[in-house]
Design a protein around this ligand. Sequence first.
Ligand SMILES: N[C@@H](CCC(=O)N[C@@H](CSS)C(=O)NCC(=O)O)C(=O)O
Ligand SMILES: [Fe+2]
Length: 287
Amino acid sequence: MAMLGFLKSAGRVALARNPSPFLCSSLKQAAVPSLFRMMSALASQNDVLFRQLFDRETCTYTYLLADTQTKEAVLIDPVIDLAERDAKLVGELGLELKYVMNTHVHADHITGTGLLKKLVPGCQSVIAEVSGAVADVLIKHGETVKFGEHELEVRSTPGHTNGCVTYVSHNLKSVFTGDALLIRGCGRTDFQEGSAETLYESVHSQILSLPEDYVVYPAHDYKGNTSSSVGEEKQFNPRLTKPKDEFIEIMNNLGLPYPKKIDISLPPNKVCGLYNLPDELAAKLED
Ligand SMILES: N[C@@H](CCC(=O)N[C@@H](CSS)C(=O)NCC(=O)O)C(=O)O
Ligand SMILES: [Fe+2]
């Protein structure tokens, strides 16, 4: 342990930046980087708070992630009707909410981003630049969103909408897929800028290419599932295990009714839930 340069400080495992000079150069090149990554991941997992929150009405999952040392936190895909719940939790846990992030312009509910900006002053809204929506921070593929010592990698995963992104936490071995990949399913491609072909390419190249033990956390589940894994979805996803042409055929024949709230959701979601709200929700922002 000592030879590899691990430090224990204040109940937190930290990894020395300088690996041992006693290791031969081939080991330094091969073993140390992977050991370094492995131990960094283990150390970081202990320092992350993770909560999966649920909206019963739209079956939407909201995720709270925080660095337990610095207290910096992010929320992924909050729902406006539950923004007060989320703000209360953030306050109770003594967290400093840095970013309220969206995986895409949602069509089935109004994002909680705008209301959370009011309830938790100082936090910033985040969405992909490609989405065309307005936000404080417009992210792009390959960028990272940092909270404390932790970060989420942004991967562009269009197909459900043009601006869909997936957030990857390599420390937590977790992937927040929005509506691109659902558990044993995927986002529909019949409205917004949907394209079954694009979605197939996105999910295979950006999500199912991750290590098989990465946990999949989607934006919705309609059957009571909470999470899956990349390996499970590669084996059991009834749509994405098919060849591309069969996948496109399936997606073009889903026959799903439009989401009930699509008309009231899209206009505010294009400005991260700040304007064009239905009256009763607008009143909350005016209080
Ligand atoms: N019944 C719900 C909407 C259900 C729905 O269309 N879900 C979307 C994700 S929200 S844009 C979807 O992509 N579903 C894929 C599927 O296979 O179910 C409502 O009225 O809100
Ligand atoms: Fe969606």
